[in-house]
Design a protein around this ligand. Structure first.
Ligand code: CTP
Ligand code: MG
Length: 470
């Protein structure tokens, strides 16, 4: 490892990752203003024992320069009901904002905007111990407290390096869409391994179903693996029933480990700050599709109006289901992916080795002389689906049958028409597809690129594919 080189690069990266004093002042001044407005409203309503606080990375001093998210919690004592804290909490939470919307995680909250800042105001219960928890967000203040207690000042920048690295390699964010590392997970890795470089180094030794249990809530890794079924297990220090890495997909974990290896070998700033990749022009995409000699099907339909985590959960499940239709009918799918702007449009893309198959398909029957041969010969002896045979080859009965679909697009549209309920689509996705869709073929996908820049970016990545740091 190039130790001094690593340190040099990290020092340079930190210059961009640490918020300036001015930035800190601005963030805290906005947060304080919001807290004040909330406090006034709470007082006006005569609600007792309710507390407001800054939470998340601002409260932990682990945010990265340029981040524009502020988390604020309204904490209610347990004498309130869950219904009350939501109805009162949301009413109060709207007060400081001219512009806001109601959003859902596992729990509703208000997202407001001030200048270019996004402020989440979340009602929750104030708990002293995890045993009192009623909603998932009740844990957050305990997380803040834990991190503040266990990270020393020097380590705050180690967290920033780790978050910056994860962001740069596109592995940061625990939402379903990304399936990456949450901020809290990054903080715990630093609590566990002390420095950014040590996290990278230790990631090289992580084995399958690695266990990190900082507070030793369980006797052994084996015991822990019995509790959690995930690929990577980081036991939440404040709640031993929760795996902080539950949302991390094994693909993102692998990408992180590969990037860590590459960085330790040849540290550069591009891991933190990758070069912007310009999307290809529609014309270039048209040429590329043609040059690859494969076939492409693009299924486009309207996006359902649901929370992003639910949307992406359903999209990832549904794209697999649609791929199944094609593969079950012997179309070889080399790649598939799904994209959405989360508002208007969804596009599923399938690259196929071939969009057409011959009408004839070989079907192997039972070995000669076994009891099944009667059934087989009964079925295929005179069927009008049989193009040739039955005959015997290598000791088995063989027939050639007429294939149900010779064209991939036809296969897709027919199956979506006839079997839409049994394909395994997410409920909201099925609803939208039933309402109508379009299929674009091969070079025609460039038409969608012309209308949508973000989609061009997605297609460009679909074809480029290499990690940004490579
Ligand atoms: N949280 C969590 N698990 C998640 C997402 C959030 O436990 N998958 C909790 C954490 O306690 C976190 C808080 O919710 O501190 C706020 O969430 P978020 O803003 O996503 O994380 P931050 O720690 O603030 O990190 P950053 O904003 O810098 O990404
Ligand atoms: Mg945050």
């Amino acid at each position: 490892m190039k130790e001094t080189e690593c340190i040099k690069v990290c020092r340079k990266a930190l210059r961009k990752l640490i918020p300036s004093e001015r930035e800190k002042e601005e963030i805290f001044s906005i947060a304080e203003t919001i807290l004040e407005r909330l406090g006034q409203e709470i007082k006006k309503r005569g609600i007792e024992d309710v507390e407001t606080r800054i939470e998340g990375s601002i409260a932990k001093n682990t945010w990265i320069s340029g981040d524009r998210d502020i988390d604020i919690f309204i904490l209610f004592p347990k004498k309130y009901s869950k219904e009350d804290i939501i109805s009162i909490g949301l009413d109060v939470a709207k007060i400081p904002f001219r512009e806001w919307e109601e959003r859902y995680a596992e729990h509703p909250y208000i997202q407001g905007r001030v200048n270019s800042f996004r402020i989440d105001v979340v009602p929750a219960f104030k708990i002293g111990d995890i045993s009192e928890m009623e909603t998932a967000v009740d844990r957050t203040p305990l997380h803040t407290e834990y991190v503040n207690k266990h990270l020393v000042t020097r380590q705050l920048d180690e967290v920033r390096l780790l978050k910056g690295f994860m962001k740069g390699i596109r592995a940061y964010g625990a939402e379903i869409k990304t399936g990456g590392f949450s901020g809290y997970l990054g903080e715990l890795l630093i609590v566990g391994h002390d420095t950014f470089i040590e996290v990278l180094k230790s990631s090289q030794n992580w084995r399958k179903r690695e266990v990190i249990d900082i507070e030793k809530h369980y006797e052994s890794p084996e015991m822990t693996r019995k509790i959690f079924s995930d690929e990577f297990i980081v036991v939440d220090p404040v709640d031993k029933t929760r795996n902080v890495a539950a949302a991390l997909t094994s693909a993102k974990l692998d990408e992180f480990r590969a990037a860590a290896y590459a960085f330790l070998k040849e540290p550069t700033l591009k891991f933190f700050f990758p070069e912007e990749r310009k999307p290809y022009s529609p014309e270039k995409i048209r040429r590329l599709v043609k040059a690859r000699g494969t076939s492409v099907l693009l299924l486009v339909f309207e996006a359902p109006d649901i929370a992003p985590d639910i949307l992406w959960g359903q999209l990832y499940k549904s794209v697999k289901a649609v791929k199944q239709i094609l593969t079950q009918n012997e179309f070889r799918v080399t790649r598939e992916d799904v994209w959405s702007d989360e508002k208007k449009i969804v596009a599923m893309i399938f690259e196929l080795e071939n969009s057409r198959l011959p009408l004839v398909r070989t079907h192997r029957g039972p070995p000669v002389g076994t009891s099944n041969q009667d059934i087989f010969l009964e079925k295929y002896g005179k069927s009008d689906k049989v193009l040739s045979g039955p005959w015997i080859e290598g000791g088995r009965w063989i027939v050639e049958l007429e294939r149900e679909y010779v064209d991939a697009e036809q296969c897709l549209s027919e199956e979506l028409r006839v079997n839409i309920n049994s394909i395994g689509l997410g409920k909201y996705i099925r609803g939208k597809i039933e309402g109508g869709y379009e299929i674009y073929k091969n070079e025609d996908i460039a038409k969608v690129c012309k209308k949508n820049y973000e989609f061009s970016d997605f297609i460009t990545q679909f074809y480029q594919r290499t990690p940004t740091w490579f």
